[in-house]
Each structure stands twice: as C-alpha cells, then as structure tokens.
Design a binder for this molecule. Sequence first.
Ligand code: SF4
Length: 460
Amino acid sequence: METKRNGRTELIANQESQDNVSDFYDAVIAEFEPEIEKVNNLDQEEFITTARGLLRTIMIKLRHKFGAISGQETAYHLLPDPEDPNRENPLIVLGTGHCGYAEMGGCSMCSFGESATRDVSEQEIDEAFEMAKKSNDQYTAPGSQAVFNINAIGSFFGISELSDERRKYILDKVKGYKKEHQDKNVVFVTESRFEDITEESMAVLREELGEEIPIEIGFGVESTNDLVREAIVGKGLDSQWQKKKEILKKYKIDCALHMMFGLPFLNEREQVADSVNSVRDCLSKTGDYDRILLMVMNKKPGTLVDAMAKDGKYKLPNVAQAAEVVIRLGREISAKELKKILVFGLVFPEGAKEAGAEGLEISTSEEQRIMDILLNWRSTSEELIALEAAFHALQANTYDISLLDEPLPEIDEERMKVDMLKQYIKMLTDIYCPNEKDPKKAAAAVRGILELAPQMGGSI
Ligand code: SF4
C-alpha cells in the first residue's frame, strides 16, 4: 500500500509501518507543545496572520506539486440561467494564465493557476465573444436578456491579469452588442477581488459601458467569520472589504457575494452554522439586485481540502447538510431575500472531473431528490417547500433530520486554532522534510517557517 505521506516515499507494507509514520508526526507535533498551548492566548489578528503565513507556504507548495489548473487557454461554457429554466447563459473564462493572488498561495480550496501571466489575444477574445453572441441571439423576444459573463482567471480588474487595453477591448465589444441590440437587456457580469475595486477602476468601467448596461461583479468572501475566512481559506480580504460596496453602489454596480459551504476544520454542525451566519450577515448588507451564491465545496488536486482528505482529516459535506443550510435560511428570511440566494458548485465545468475534481457523493434516491432540487434551484418559495419535503423524506441512517430543529452551535474557535496549527505543522513537515527521520530535526526546520509566518501572512 502506498503511504499517504507523499514525502516519506517508501511503500508502506503493513500496519506497523503506518503506525511508525503516525508516531513520527506525533513526535514532531509534540515538539511544538509550548506553541500549541499558547495558541489561544494570541490575539485574533496575531493568530490569523501566523496561520495565513503558514497556509500561504503550504498552498504554494501544493499548487506546484499537484499542478494547479494553469488557465493557458480561454474557455467557454454554458450555465443555467438563475431565473429562467429555459435558457442558458454563456460564460467566458479568459486564459490569463494565473490568478495574481494565487502567486501568494491563493485560497486554500482553489486550484486555479499560478503559472506565468498570459496576454490574451484579441483573436481569442473575438472567438469566445462570437460564441457568446450566438448563444444570446437565440433569445429574440424584445426586452430579453443578453448576458456577457466574462472573467479572468482570478480578477477581471487585476492589473497582473489583463492590461487596460485588453479590458477596454472586451468592454467595447459588449457596448457594441448593446448598440446593435437596443431592444435587449444587455448585462455584463464578471468577477473580481475586492482590492481591485477602486473609485478609479469602477469609474472607468461605468464610463466604458455607459449607463444602459447593468453590471454585476462577483466576489469570493467565503465566510464572514474572520478566523474561518483568513486562517482556513486564506482569502486575504482586509477588514475594509465591506466598504467597497459603497463604491459599487455609487456606480450602480450589483454584486454577487460567494460563500463557501463545507470548509475544513469545522465540524458538520459548524459548517452549517458558518454558512447560515455568513449568508445572514451578507443579506443585511446587500441591495435589491445583489445576489449571494452559496458555493458547495468540491475537492480538487492541489488544494488544502484534497491534501487533508488524503490524510483522513477532511470529507466533503453531505447534500442533506447543504439542504439544511438553505431550509434554515428560507425559514427565517423573506421570499424577496430568498430570491437572492443561489446554490452553486454542484456540477463541474467540463474537464474538471478528468482533472481529478470530486463533488458530493450521492448514495440514496432521497439524496438524489435533494440534489435535483438544488441543481435546478431558482430560489422560489415553492422550491423551498419541495426541498423541505425532500429533506424530511431522508432515512434516519442517511441524516438526522431532527437536527434541523436544534439550535446551531457556536463555532469552537479554540479547538479550531489548535487543530489548524497541528495540521499545518504536519503538512509543512511533509513538504520541507520529506526524508527526515528524526522528529527533532524536522521540528527545527518547521520552527524556522513558523517564525517567519507572521511576515508571510501580512495583509496584501
Ligand atoms: S482569488 Fe479566486 S482564483 Fe484566485 S486563488 Fe482565490 S479563489 Fe482562486
């Protein structure tokens, strides 16, 4: 049997060898007992900075080792329309080569590129745009939507991903389409990191597209709990991220906030609690046309969740848990607020499975029924009723449905911090001392990284 400790390269022939490997990591972690004991005395900001520094180091290595999705080619997909079951909307992901943030480790559940930046050619843009046009041209009724959802790998407004000239080229094409189709509601959709949203970048965007074209920009937030978002995901949002909403509002730009459901280090109940809390927090800050996307976790090579799953420390959530999040929110919010919540991540773009991505496992017909409802989720009260009925039909050996009526727990941040530190120490040992047999020597090497972590984990 091959060992999970990719560094300790020998094949493990028997249980005894596996136990030896496990004893080795326990001995390394034991060397850090003083640091682990003190972890809950650190102030929150101090812990986050250190954890983010460790995570960045781990993610850079994981991405190199397992090969992040490089994004060297422009990709074109069709996505179901969130409101109309009879239409699909084009999605263009420009092959900008990398996400600027991934160079610093990026987000721990993401395997998007950190290869060299690539200048997307005008020809490539033209070809993808033609496909998007064809798709939009099918819908001919006056007033029908034409959606141009055009993204860079990480951030459309990131200067390391797209030059101003290329961005203008793309926006001019969208504006040109609107000129030719005055009777249509032409919408521009993209994604960005918050740090690229500035007064200047949004003023230019609005000026390029004019007042007639509605704009929606999506942002990964993942969790509104600072510890979860920064120490587990490594999102790198500064504390002022919510202020960016004022700039968006000024230029009449809607936003879609993406929340991640199923993060590691949270137990099953905490995963539900974190997503319910995060969506609720965001609802209070969103405007009428903003959306909240509940992204269900999947597992891709080169990510923290994949590495932890290989180590037996993480498993993807259950589809019933995802349903519980939606039902709980549905019970406490208005129908108007419910319309803002979409569920994503249950299907992969073409090719992702071949590249090793894994999604939620479905084992029973009752779970499949829930999956089908969530896959076609358009946030209506009728769907909520159907989802709740499907949830209550789950067999006791699949999911304890009585949990739905139990209060959700507080997130146990003290436990999480200890678990995180231990796991990150273990992963760093694997990465930096793959062949070291002496736990003290391995611990000495990792201690050097731990000391540097607060500098590595500073804000971007
Ligand atoms: S910003 Fe987006 S693309 Fe970049 S690492 Fe994070 S999730 Fe991935």
